[in-house]
Write a protein that binds this ligand. Structure first.
Ligand code: HEC
Length: 133
């Protein structure tokens, strides 16, 4: 009986976790093979400044100046934007997963694989990470 109880509590817990992740990312998950990809620009000193430029030009209108999802165009979107200033949210995704998401886009998140070079996307991700407290 005790084991059944423990199993039930565990299942409930796992379900709640899954539910949160679904809500935050709208059920949008990168494929397993890209999740472990490392950001090649982590030790590049100029990456943060370049990433900031890319972000201001391409991302800020939706994601907002501090990543809170309060950019000028955010109000016209149907889905809630992720809060990049919240470490609890940004920690859930790897750079590899984000790189993939920014390249291919989904629904109201535009795909950037043609508009930006890969290195610009990696650097923008470094900047987005710097917004999380
Ligand atoms: C037109 C508005 C818009 C622009 C411009 C935009 N985004 Fe997004 N972005 C979104 C929306 C909406 C979502 C949520 C998509 C979803 O969950 O279905 C999103 C999601 C994301 C995610 C996934 C977050 C997660 O953990 O699931 C990342 C990373 C991201 N955007 C980065 C960027 C970057 C970097 C840029 C600029 C190169 C950018 N976005 C430009 C609207 C935008």
């Amino acid at each position: 009986m005790k084991n059944v109880m423990i199993a039930a509590i565990f299942a409930l817990f796992a379900f709640t976790l899954l539910d949160n992740a679904e809500a935050i990312h709208n059920g949008w998950f990168a494929p397993d093979e890209v999740v472990g990809q490392k950001n090649p620009f982590l030790s590049d000193k100029g990456a943060l400044a370049e990433g900031k430029k890319v972000y201001k030009k391409n991302c800020m209108k939706c994601h907002g100046p501090s990543g809170k999802g309060d950019g000028a165009s955010a109000g016209s979107l149907q889905i809630e934007l992720p809060d990049f200033s919240d470490k609890g949210i940004t920690m859930e995704e790897t750079d590899g997963a984000w790189f993939w998401k920014v390249r291919v886009g989904q629904f109201e998140m535009p795909p950037f694989q043609l508009a930006l070079k890969d290195d610009q996307i990696w650097k923008a991700i470094i900047y987005v990470r710097s917004l999380a407290k």
